[in-house]
Design a protein around this ligand. Structure first.
Ligand code: DP6
Length: 366
């Protein structure tokens, strides 16, 4: 690895050498089983997390650039931002401040006029967290841009590590979306290559049953969350259970690594559900306390548990920081479980919306 912080002070060009161009990446969202909840410093996690990278829920981002005409030392980055082809000022402000803080890694950004065109495969207000897919797609574009201009990221591993590092600075969970299937972000003694500053893939470690796991996302509510993830992370600083939680997460990483390699569905279900409910428990006992689950989230939780406990279906759930339920099941049982989901869960979903997703190979350059 060239540097721990992927600094790039030599990455500046003579203006006459700047060729206009564009790059485009498709990058998926991910679903954490051991959750990242609590951070410090510059986007460093209080505990390691493990997630599976999805397929259907993704962002496509195109980054176009040309040499900047006006003086570059007086203003911030020169950015035009379009979401679904239209200007989106709130997103633009977040992306501009993200790009601004990346100047130590990408000093050439001051020399360029940038245009970012982004769109999601899922409706923007569907309640699905889009920061993981959006920030990973943009970070991949920035690393491709660096490689186009300087040829410095031709090594695939180095490229992915830097893309994951940059993604993390934008949104912690985005660091994991750089890799297909399963990845770990945050230092765990059990996985020597793991790091707090970028994610690494679990690759050949994982049993086939979990490689192609399915995830049906039940959109219980599309409403914007009353407390954002960033605010939620912050509330962990004063949470009375925080240190027990971080300790528990470290242990659960060890358990989950064993479960994933053994292909132990029952233990997986127990751990995934306990993590999800534990996450929401932490929210409920934060100060101020808050609840992101809706009554229909609880109804669906009971339904899914009864499919498993009373009918023996290999199915379980997890939750992100929101009311929507991710129903997880092995691909082998998809037909039966998906029929059941469509018939029984649809009435509890806003506008009947369910996204049938699955783990996949991760981002692709278009
Ligand atoms: C509950 O990655 O959205 O989904 O770093 O502030 O952008 P920021 O937070 P974010 O938090 C995700 C929290 C989670 C759990 C997880 O994905 O690990």
């Amino acid at each position: 690895m060239k540097s721990d912080e992927f600094l790039g002070k030599d990455l500046v060009l003579e203006s006459k050498d700047i060729q206009a161009g564009s790059v485009e990446w498709k990058s998926p969202s991910n679903i954490a089983i051991v959750k990242y909840w609590g951070k410090y410093g510059r986007q460093l996690p209080r505990n390691p997390s493990i997630s599976g990278t999805l397929t259907a829920a993704h962002t496509i981002t195109k980054l176009s650039w040309q040499a900047r005409q006006q003086r570059s030392d007086t203003t911030g980055v020169d950015l035009e931002f379009l979401f679904d082809g239209k200007p989106a000022p709130a997103f633009k402000a977040r992306i501009a401040s993200f790009l601004e803080q990346l100047k130590p890694q990408f000093p050439f950004l001051s020399q360029l006029s940038l245009q970012v065109d982004s769109s999601n495969s899922f409706p923007h207000s569907s309640g699905i967290a889009s920061s993981a897919s959006a920030l990973s797609a943009l970070s991949l574009c920035l690393c491709s841009l660096e490689d186009r201009l300087f040829g410095t990221l031709s090594d695939d591993d180095e490229f992915e590590r830097k893309a994951s590092y940059i993604s993390r600075l934008g949104s912690g969970s985005a660091a994991r979306s750089i890799f297909g299937y399963w990845s770990i972000w945050g230092k765990s003694g059990e996985w020597p290559q793991s790091s707090d500053t970028f994610a690494v893939p679990l690759k050949s470690h994982v049993h086939d049953m979990f490689m192609n796991m399915k995830d049906a996302i039940l959109i219980v509510s599309k409403k914007e969350k009353s407390v954002s993830s960033s605010a939620g992370h912050q509330l962990m600083d004063e949470n009375p259970y925080a240190s027990a939680r971080y300790h528990q997460a470290q242990n659960r990483i060890i358990s989950l690594l064993h479960i994933l390699s053994r292909g132990d569905w029952e233990e997986f279900a127990r751990l995934a559900e306990s993590e999800a409910l534990g996450l929401h428990g932490l929210m409920m006992c934060s100060s101020p306390s808050y609840i992101l689950m809706e009554p229909d989230t609880i109804k669906l939780i009971h339904m899914i548990r009864s499919w498993r406990e009373d009918e023996g279906l290999p199915v379980c759930f997890t939750l992100d920081a929101g009311p929507n339920l991710h129903v997880l099941y092995p691909q082998k049982h998809a037909k039966k479980i998906e029929e059941r989901i469509a018939a029984d869960c649809t009435p509890y979903c806003q506008d009947g919306q369910i996204i049938f997703d699955e783990l996949g190979p991760g981002p692709v350059e278009l």
